[in-house]
Design a protein around this ligand. Structure first.
Ligand SMILES: Nc1ncnc2c1ncn2[C@@H]1O[C@H](COP(=O)(O)OP(=O)(O)O)[C@@H](O)[C@H]1O
Ligand SMILES: [Mg+2]
Length: 263
C-alpha cells in the first residue's frame, strides 16, 4: 500500500503544484512508483507542468462516472525525464463542479494506492470542497507556506482544520525562501518564528529558484551528450536539491535540511 500524501495550503500560488510535480519526479528518480493526483478541479495544472496536457482525454471524474477504466485516466508522464515506468498523473476534472465527494475520493485512492509506492495529491487553494476532497484520502499532509505573514497565518488555520479532520501527520514546507529578501523585509526574526506561528513541524525549505518555474520536466532534466542527466545531480539547482532532500526525508531518511544561509 503506497503512502498517500496531500500537498496543501490555505493560500493559492504558494507552490503546491510545483512541489507536487517536483517531489513526484524526485521520488521517481529514487526508483519509486509514483501517482500524482491533481485535486485542483477546474484549474488543473499538473498535466501541463508535466507536459501531458495534449494527451489528456479522461480525468478522475470519468473513472467514478464509469466513463473509462482507471488505467485510461492515468497517464505516464516521466518519459522526458527517463522515468516513464515510474511517474503517473491522474488529471483533475476540467469543471470545478465535478470535484469528487471526499468519501468517493477516499474509496478511489484506497483502490489505487496498492499499485504505487507513493500517491501525492495536489490540493486546490482554500479550505472548501476541493480541499476536503483532496485531504480525505491522505495519511499525511504537507502544508506549503511562503515566508510571508499572510501565508503563515493561513497555514495555522489549515493546521487547525487538519486537526479537526483527524490528520495524523502534518509537516511544513517553507517555499520560495530567499535569504536576502527574507532579512531585508524583516517580517520575521528567523525561520523558527515561522515554524512557531504555523505550529507545524518543518520538513523542508525550498529556495526561490527560477529552475522551478514553468515547465517542470525541462527544469528537472538536462540533456547533455545525448544522455539524460538527472536534475538531482550535485551540480543542479538549489530548488531541485531541496526537493530531493524532501523526498529522502519523506522516505524516513535522516537527511539534514538545506543550508538556509546559502539560499
Ligand atoms: N521555489 C520556487 N521558486 C520560484 N518560483 C516558484 C517556486 N515555487 C513556485 N514557484 C512559482 O510560483 C507560481 C505558483 O506556483 P504553483 O505551484 O502553481 O502554486 P499553487 O499550486 O500553490 O497555486 C508558479 O509560477 C511557479 O513557477
Ligand atoms: Mg496548484
Amino acid at each position: 500500500m503506497g503512502a498517500v500524501t496531500v500537498i496543501t495550503s490555505g493560500k493559492g500560488g504558494v507552490g503546491k503544484s510545483t512541489i507536487s510535480a517536483g517531489l513526484g519526479c524526485a521520488l521517481a528518480c529514487r526508483g519509486k512508483r509514483v501517482l500524482l493526483i491533481d485535486g485542483d478541479a477546474g484549474l488543473r495544472s499538473l498535466d501541463a507542468m508535466l507536459n501531458i496536457d495534449q494527451q489528456v482525454v479522461f480525468d478522475i471524474a470519468d473513472i467514478v462516472n464509469g466513463n473509462c477504466e482507471p488505467i485510461r485516466a492515468i497517464y505516464p508522464c516521466g518519459e522526458s525525464v527517463g522515468l516513464s515506468n515510474n511517474l503517473f498523473v491522474l488529471p483533475a476534472p476540467s469543471r470545478e463542479r465535478d470535484v469528487l465527494h471526499p468519501k468517493v475520493m477516499k474509496r478511489l485512492v484506497d483502490i489505487l494506492a496498492p499499485y504505487y509506492d507513493h500517491v501525492l495529491i495536489d490540493s486546490p487553494a482554500g479550505v472548501g470542497r476541493g480541499f476536503a476532497s483532496a485531504v480525505a484520502a491522505a495519511q499525511r499532509a504537507l502544508v506549503v507556506t511562503t515566508p510571508s505573514p499572510v501565508c503563515t497565518r493561513d497555514s495555522d488555520k489549515v493546521r487547525q482544520l487538519l486537526n479537526q479532520m483527524g490528520m495524523p501527520i502534518q509537516r511544513l514546507i517553507i517555499n520560495r525562501f530567499h535569504k536576502d529578501t527574507f532579512y531585508k523585509l524583516n517580517q520575521y526574526e528567523d525561520l523558527d518564528t515561522i515554524i512557531d506561528r504555523t505550529g507545524i513541524r518543518l520538513i523542508a525549505v525550498v529556495p526561490e529558484d527560477t529552475a522551478l518555474m514553468g515547465d517542470i520536466p525541462e527544469a528537472v532534466t538536462r540533456v547533455m551528450n545525448n544522455t539524460i542527466q538527472r536534475f538531482f545531480a550535485p551540480k543542479n539547482s538549489p530548488g531541485a536539491l531541496a526537493l530531493h532532500r524532501l523526498a529522502s526525508r519523506l522516505e524516513g531518511e535522516n537527511v539534514p535540511l538545506a543550508d538556509f544561509q546559502k539560499m
